[in-house]
Design a protein around this ligand. Structure first.
Ligand code: GAR
Length: 210
């Protein structure tokens, strides 16, 4: 059973979809700890409802970024986490953290990387930028986290249409529906040992090739 540590900062609907897919038996994994960068967010309630240990680690309470990330690393290691899942986590992790979990951190981004991504592109800001630009198609990307902001090897991407009468809110809702399908799919591929990273490319191998 793959042991997941989920990092959140908000509502945690992606956390919920992961929990639902574990419950249904689709995902051979277990969420062993949830860490939030903000107090009082709904993601913490969701963890509580499922009896999952949840902790709040607030960046500004630490003198340095390294001290903050040390706390994250210590917590994740104390739960023997195999894979770190960023699910609406607002911070960009430094190379120090990334090296501690090399190739074992996944992120979901609500657009088609390399468009509308990088530092500052978070949540509704992404959808607003998509609409301001006037693209007809956006989507979702799940990728491994490397030392840059949204630059790591891409695991899965799916498209979502942008409608003429969309607002950032209606577009976000349509994208979120796809997020709730794609993240469990990506984690399942990892759990099955079917993701092969070669440079920037992630190859999905068949069950026979494992
Ligand atoms: C999701 O749309 C996720 O893709 C986005 O934040 C939202 C969190 O929703 N993440 C980013 O923008 C990361 N750059 P959730 O808390 O309901 O899962």
């Amino acid at each position: 059973m793959l042991r997941l540590g989920v990092l959140v900062s908000g509502s945690g609907s992606n956390l919920q979809s992961i929990l639902d897919n574990i419950k249904s038996g689709y995902l051979p994994a277990e969420v062993v700890v949830v860490i939030s960068s903000k107090a009082g967010v709904y993601a913490l309630e969701r963890a509580k409802k499922h009896n999952i240990p949840a902790t709040v680690v607030i960046p500004k309470k630490y003198k340095t970024r390294e001290e903050y990330e040390d706390e994250l690393i210590k917590t994740l290691n104390s739960y023997n986490v195999d894979l770190v899942i960023l699910a609406g986590y607002i911070r960009v992790l430094s190379p120090y953290f990334v090296r501690a979990f090399q190739g074992k951190i996944m992120n979901i981004h609500p657009a088609l990387i390399p468009s509308f991504c990088g530092e500052g592109y978070y949540g509704e800001k992404v959808h607003r930028a998509v609409m301001d630009y006037g693209v007809k198609v956006t989507g979702v990307t799940v990728h491994f986290v490397d030392e840059g902001a949204d630059t790591g090897p891409i695991i899965l991407q799916r498209t979502v249409p942008v409608m003429d009468d969309d607002t950032p809110e209606t577009l976000a809702a349509r994208v979120l529906e796809e997020e709730h399908r794609i993240y469990p799919d990506a984690i399942k591929l990892y759990a099955e040992g079917r993701l092969q990273i070669s440079g920037r490319t992630v190859k999905i191998i068949s069950k026979e090739e494992i």
